[in-house]
Ligand binder design. Structure first.
Ligand code: HEC
Length: 123
């Protein structure tokens, strides 16, 4: 297999569960759809809890934020997969959450915001 072409190698790599998003586009989505209610870094509580260090955080655990009982008992570990499930329709995943948001519906928005959040909330 001396001359095994690189393109053939790429074809056999497993596809990621979620397409790679565009973090720069995701920044705009965050600004328009989330930033009224959430800071992505720091410890400012808005209508919702800060999303600082979100990846790996267990739902309902930002100290000093008054969560709904639904979010307190949801027991979700936030990451790309759980956000991909939550953000298109928060109330489907966490019935009775007080996050008053219909969900991200436009194609691409979800991947983009997850790419943005992975970067921005880690800082
Ligand atoms: C109208 C205000 C509002 C908007 C807009 C909003 N959220 Fe929320 N969000 C909340 C509230 C309030 C909670 C707490 C929910 C609860 O306690 O049930 C929350 C909770 C969350 C949580 C769980 C946090 C934790 O600590 O467990 C995540 C993740 C989240 N929001 C992400 C987002 C993202 C990403 C967007 C934009 C796409 C967004 N939210 C838009 C108000 C909002």
């Amino acid at each position: 297999m001396k001359h095994f072409p690189l393109s053939a190698l790429l074809l056999i790599l497993p596809l990621p569960a979620l397409a790679e998003g565009d973090a720069a586009a995701g920044a705009g989505v965050f600004q328009n759809r989330c930033s009224d209610c959430h800071a992505e870094k720091g410890d400012t509580v808005k209508i919702g809890p800060p999303l600082t260090r979100l990846f790996g955080r267990v739902s309902g655990t930002w100290a000093g934020y008054d969560y709904s009982d639904a979010m307190k008992s949801a027991n979700i570990t936030w990451g790309a997969d759980t956000l991909a499930q939550y953000l298109p329709n928060p109330r489907a995943m966490v019935p009775n959450t007080k996050m008053n948001f219909n969900g991200l519906k436009r194609p691409g928005e979800l991947e983009d915001i997850i790419a943005y959040l992975a970067k921005a909330t880690a800082e």
